[in-house]
Ligand binder design. Sequence first.
Ligand code: NA7
Length: 284
Amino acid sequence: MAKLAFIGLGLMGTPMATRLLEAGHDLTVWNRTADKTRPLTDQGATAASTPMEAIAGVDAVITMVTNAEALEQVVFGDNGLAAALAPGQLLIDMSTVGPDAVRSVASRLPQGVAMVDAPVRGSVPQATAGKLAVYVGADLSGFQRVEPILAPLGTLHHVGGLGAGAATKVVVNSTLGAAIAAFGEALALGDDFGLDRSVVLDVLSDTPIASTVEAKRANVESGSYPASFKLSLALKDLNLVTQIADQNGRRLEVAPASRDWLEQAAEAGAGDLDYSAVIATITT
Ligand code: NA7
């Protein structure tokens, strides 16, 4: 088992760090809001007071923070990881930040420090159950190095070299935005026809968006949207999708439309709710 540091104990980081601890890894944790380290220290993790302090003597450090700015902060900010990372240590970023941010961070790490990008598909229930899909961007030796560390989190997919994991996650989340917006629009159409919502939900459970309907039906029926995956983060990801497409001169129609719906929902105050709260905006 490895000696690890885990940086970022948000909705995803907490259950992921818990799985690593339960699997027998030796874990030191750090979170910007210090009281979120408590559930981990109660189970035997050590809390550090800075990212820099967290990585003393570890084999690898895992980061799971909001976005590229947060990653920049924990790696290169005051008391950040970069100031203490030593040759032979490994940085595994599991946040969704896009491939440019991954390569930019990797290029500025101290000599002899390797980086692997390993973002995940799945939200809190999958993280808790160790059933995430983990998209690993690394050379073969990097993949072999992270495999035993990350195995307790779910199924690892070696999708290419550095940055390929981040790119794969952008691809995956473009479909997530499309599916939730299609779900909302289908419900809105059903409402306009005067159809019974439960009938429409049954029918949509047998369409190409079935898995989204299954995952989010309870939210729609209860009208409450507790966050498994924050809407603000889905919006961040759809912004990544559209920015990267623009850079590549790639015309997309569906992703920008779903991005616009998420933006409207965020403006209406749903940013900290589950991303499925966009359905409430669409059907209003
Ligand atoms: P959350 O629940 O919003 O958690 C975000 C985490 O990132 C949380 O630990 C934050 O600390 C931390 N964070 C955010 N900004 C910073 C800065 N500037 N410095 C240090 N730490 C920071 O998100 P999820 O866990 O759902 O998702 C994490 C990633 O996986 C994200 O990229 C998703 O798209 C996928 P806080 O507790 O607020 O102090």
